[in-house]
Design a protein around this ligand. Structure first.
Ligand code: C2E
Ligand code: MG
Ligand code: MG
Length: 534
């Protein structure tokens, strides 16, 4: 007689019913293999024990709804009536606990699966790696972290449903690398991870760097290219900790994004740089004092004449031999409020340069610098700016302050006060990244701004729709009527410049004309290209 009581106790504690039941049968009947088929279970259940068995000698027991086959070494074995009865009871217990077990298993899977793509989430990914490492060495594998390029922009350009669909389509590509010796995962949003055999590297990178999908957008079939930015590391057996693969490769991916590269490998030097970047919160003042922050200049051009009409000062940080862009340090400095010191430093460097350049008898163009929204928390911001401009004897009409649109009413009031104060003092203001905030139109109506700078995403021709053209042409027309000058940033091609000119915007800034360059290079440019005042 089977020990049903201990079986039921095990089942109550959530154990796998088949394994428990078959263990029980095996102990009682000394059998080597059991196969159960029934409509009650989705799969054929097979259990092989360590007992010897004769695989050519199946002993069958059918009771109508079950097909119970077992293999024993004893050829002439016959089940007794009592054993048959026990098996009937056992199968009924199995059926009873089956649903319960499946529900538990599904809940566990849900806990380890991303709900958007049905791929393993971080927990599931780690679990897979853990299992793989029972039979493989870490050095057989590379770890990857992928983040989609410009995905926030895609979400803004279309809508979140389209964004979700794109993620699902991209996930399909990553899922193709599912196999018994690999692990893949979706951490949520546009973040994917993989742990793959090293020999798969080329194939994987090729597959996930660019994925073309076709989606229905507003009833039209639209082709969209999704680019994955990849950070990866080649794992080694020494000191390998599988829990750090996501964190490490995320660093490499983040760096690839900063450096505008499609792929980056994590090296000890990169890791060290990452640590020092994150330490900027504490080392900023020293770094500033040591002269590790500097200003690059990006000229603004007149599309018709090709001459320089203005320039923007952009901060840079020299760190361990690399020149790092503001996306690395501005967000950190914004968090602790040090950003205002950097912004005033840039303004002061700019004023010094203008002063010196003018003293040499040169013509200059209006020069802008950027403010962070966070700077407005300082009630003396306006006075500080005016004092710096006066200190270097710079004419107020030579300076433009770039600000971005606000996200709430309170900030809006503060911004209005700032812009008006600048206006009263003859200092020009420009609304940077225009069109990406919430207050675009009211800014034009209510604030005395001199310029708007149309955000680069509006002229990204790859993704432009008819409505973009309508929006951009109306922004330009409206600004003109209100006597506000318009410039467009991020112009990378001649087609983009032509497009702007077609709609009456003749001022542009972007890589098509020039990247941000160090001061001396910019001065050379001024001499060679010449200036133009419209
Ligand atoms: P922004 O003021 O909108 O500056 C334009 C950014 O676009 C610059 O990046 C510039 O290098 C980049 N850019 C210029 N032309 C092109 C192009 O054709 N294509 C593309 N893809 N990009 C182009 P950068 O220097 O990395 O600055 C990024 C942002 O950081 C700036 O955006 C600005 O908002 C902020 N920033 C820069 N310097 C400072 C600063 O001193 N203080 C503060 N608060 N923010 C700063
Ligand atoms: Mg700017
Ligand atoms: Mg901008």
């Amino acid at each position: 007689m089977f020990d049903f009581k201990s079986l039921i106790d095990a089942l109550k504690s959530g154990s796998d019913p088949f394994r428990c039941a078959l263990d029980l049968v095996k102990d009682e009947l000394h059998i080597g293999k059991i196969v159960i088929k029934s409509d009650a279970f989705p799969d054929t259940l097979e259990y092989i024990s360590t007992e010897e068995y004769d695989k050519d000698n199946p002993i069958k027991y059918e009771n109508g709804s079950y097909d119970f086959t077992f293999f024993k070494n004893d050829k002439n074995y016959e089940l007794t009536d009592e054993e048959k009865n026990d098996i009937d009871v056992l199968l009924r217990i199995l059926e009873l606990y089956y649903n319960n077990f499946i529900l538990r298993r599904q809940a566990e899977e849900r806990e380890t699966l991303s709900s958007d793509t049905n791929m393993p989430n971080a927990k599931g990914f780690f679990k897979q790696i853990h299992i793989l490492l029972n039979s493989h060495k870490p050095s057989e594998y590379n770890s990857y972290y992928i983040n989609l390029k410009g995905f926030g922009f895609v979400n803004r350009l279309y809508n979140y449903q389209i964004g979700d669909q794109l993620i699902k389509e991209y996930a399909k590509k990553v899922k193709e690398f599912t196999s018994s010796d690999s692990a893949i995962g979706h951490l949520g949003g546009d973040n994917f991870v993989a742990f793959l055999k090293k020999e798969k590297h080329k194939e994987f990178v090729n597959a996930v760097s660019k994925v073309n999908v076709e989606l229905e957008v507003d009833g039209n079939k639209t082709k969209i290219e999704i680019k994955g930015v990849i950070g990866y590391q080649e794992n080694s057996d020494k000191d390998f900790d599988y829990r750090s693969v996501i964190a490490n490769t995320a660093i490499a991916c983040q760096y690839a994004k900063i450096a505008k590269k499609p792929i980056e490998k994590l090296t000890p030097a990169l890791l060290e740089m990452f640590i020092s970047i994150n330490n900027i919160e504490h080392t900023f003042k020293d770094e500033l004092e040591m002269g590790n922050f500097s200003v690059y200049y990006q000229p603004k051009f007149d599309i018709n004449t090709g001459k320089i009409i203005g320039v923007e000062a952009l901060s840079r940080w020299k760190n361990k031999g690399k020149v790092l862009p503001p996306s690395v340090f501005v967000p950190i400095l914004e968090k602790n409020g040090d950003i205002i010191q950097l912004d005033l430093f840039v303004l002061e460097s700019l004023c010094k340069d203008i002063h010196n350049y003018r003293n040499l008898g040169n013509n200059i163009v209006p020069a802008s610098c950027n403010l962070s929204r966070k700077d407005f928390e300082d009630e003396e911001l306006e006075d500080k700016i005016i004092n710096i401009i006066r200190k270097y004897n710079v004419k107020t009409e030579d300076i433009v302050i770039e600000v971005t649109e606000t996200t709430n009413l309170e900030e809006n009031e503060r911004l209005a006060r700032f812009i008006n104060k600048m206006w009263q003092n003859g200092i020009m203001t420009s609304i940077d990244d225009f069109g990406t905030g919430y207050s675009s139109l009211s800014v034009l109506r209510d604030f005395k701004v001199n310029e708007i700078k149309i955000d680069r995403t509006f002229i990204n021709r790859n993704m432009m729709s008819e409505s973009d053209e309508i929006i951009i042409s109306s922004i330009i027309a409206m600004a003109k009527k209100l006597n506000i000058s318009v410039i467009c940033e991020g112009v990378e091609t001649k087609e983009q410049a032509d497009f702007l000119a077609k709609y009456g915007c003749f001022r542009a800034q972007g890589y098509y004309y020039s990247k941000p360059v160090p001061k001396l290079e910019f001065e050379d440019m001024l001499k060679k290209i010449g200036t133009y005042h419209d």
